[in-house]
Design a protein around this ligand. Structure first.
Ligand code: HPA
Length: 271
C-alpha cells in the first residue's frame, strides 16, 4: 500500500465516511482556528505515514476533521517547510491524501512579511499570484505530461471572489498581493526585499507555494491568505524574529478566523 492509501485507511478507520469539502492549512501561530471545528476526529500527523512531523514552534501537527458553519472541513494544524530538510515535496502525501478523501477545495494560510505600508503587522493579504524564488519545485521527479503544470490561474478566481465577499460581510480588511516564496530559514536581506519590490512582490514568506503547486497538480482549486506578521527586512527598524511572527500572527487571529468562518458559511464548490 502506498502512503496516501495508508493515510486514507487510517482516516477512514477513525472517521468512517467523512468527506471534507474544504481543507484548510493553518500556518505559524494560526492553529487556534481548529478550535472552531465541531470535530468528528482529531488525528496526530504521527499516525499518518508521510505526513510531516510537527516542526516549527506554533505547529501542532494534527489533522482535525469536522464541520464549520455547515461545511465539512479537514484542517491541517501545521505544515512542514522546504527549509526543514531541503525537501520541496514534503507536503506531497498530505495534499494527495486530502484529494483522495474527496476534498474539493483548499485554503492555505501562512505568516508573511509585507512590503506594503498600508498592510502592516496584524493585517491579512490574499495571495493573487506568486513568484517562486527558490529554484526548486515539489514536482521534481514527477512523471507524465501533467508535471508541465499550468499556473496561469493558480489561485482560483471564484474562490478569491468568495474570500473577498466573506471579508466584506464580516468587516475584515483584505489586502491583496503577489507572494514571493523564499527558501528560508533565514529572513531576507534589505537588498533582497528591494529587489523583490522591483519584481512586483507585496508579501514574502517561506511556505505555501509548494502546496499550491502540489494541489494544482492534483487538480484542486485553491486560495491563499497571508497573515502579515512584520514589515519585510529593511522597511522597519524592528529586527525580524520567529517570536515576532508568532506574536503578530496571534494578533491577526480574530480577523482571520472571522474571514475563514464567513468563507465556510457561504462556501459553494467551484468548477
Ligand atoms: N520573510 C519571510 N518569511 C516570513 C516573514 C518575512 O519577513 N515573516 C513571516 N514569515
Amino acid at each position: 500500500m502506498n502512503q496516501v492509501d495508508a493515510c486514507v485507511a487510517v482516516i477512514h478507520q477513525i472517521a468512517s465516511g467523512f468527506v471534507p469539502q474544504v481543507s484548510i492549512v493553518l500556518g505559524s501561530g494560526l492553529g487556534t482556528f481548529a478550535d472552531q471545528v465541531e470535530d468528528v476526529a482529531s488525528i496526530s500527523f504521527d499516525e499518518l505515514p508521510g505526513f510531516p512531523q510537527a516542526g516549527v514552534g506554533g505547529h501542532a501537527g494534527r489533522l482535525v476533521l469536522g464541520e464549520v458553519q455547515g461545511t465539512q472541513v479537514a484542517v491541517l494544524q501545521g505544515r512542514a517547510h522546504y527549509y526543514e530538510q531541503g525537501q520541496a515535496d514534503v507536503m506531497a502525501v498530505a495534499i494527495q491524501t486530502l484529494k483522495a478523501l474527496g476534498c474539493e477545495a483548499l485554503v492555505l494560510t501562512n505568516a508573511a512579511g509585507s512590503m506594503v505600508t498600508k498592510a502592516g503587522p496584524g493585517s491579512v493579504m490574499m495571495i493573487t499570484d506568486h513568484i517562486n524564488m527558490t529554484g526548486v519545485s515539489p514536482l521534481f521527479g514527477a512523471q507524465g505530461n501533467q508535471r508541465f503544470l499550468d499556473l496561469s490561474q493558480a489561485y482560483h478566481p471564484k474562490l478569491n471572489d468568495a474570500m473577498r465577499s466573506a471579508a466584506k460581510a464580516n468587516n475584515v480588511t483584505l489586502h491583496e498581493g503577489v507572494y514571493a516564496w523564499m527558501c528560508g530559514p533565514n529572513f531576507e536581506t534589505p537588498a533582497e526585499i528591494r529587489a523583490l519590490k522591483i519584481l512586483g512582490v507585496q508579501a514574502v514568506g517561506m511556505s505555501t507555494v509548494p502546496e499550491v503547486i502540489l494541489a494544482r497538480h492534483q487538480g484542486m482549486p485553491l486560495c491563499a491568505l497571508s497573515i502579515v506578521t512584520n514589515y519585510a527586512a529593511g522597511i522597519s527598524p524592528i529586527p525580524l524574529s520567529h517570536e515576532q511572527t508568532i506574536t503578530y500572527a496571534k494578533m491577526a487571529t480574530d480577523g482571520v478566523e472571522r474571514l475563514l468562518t464567513g468563507f465556510l458559511h457561504s462556501y459553494k464548490a467551484v468548477t
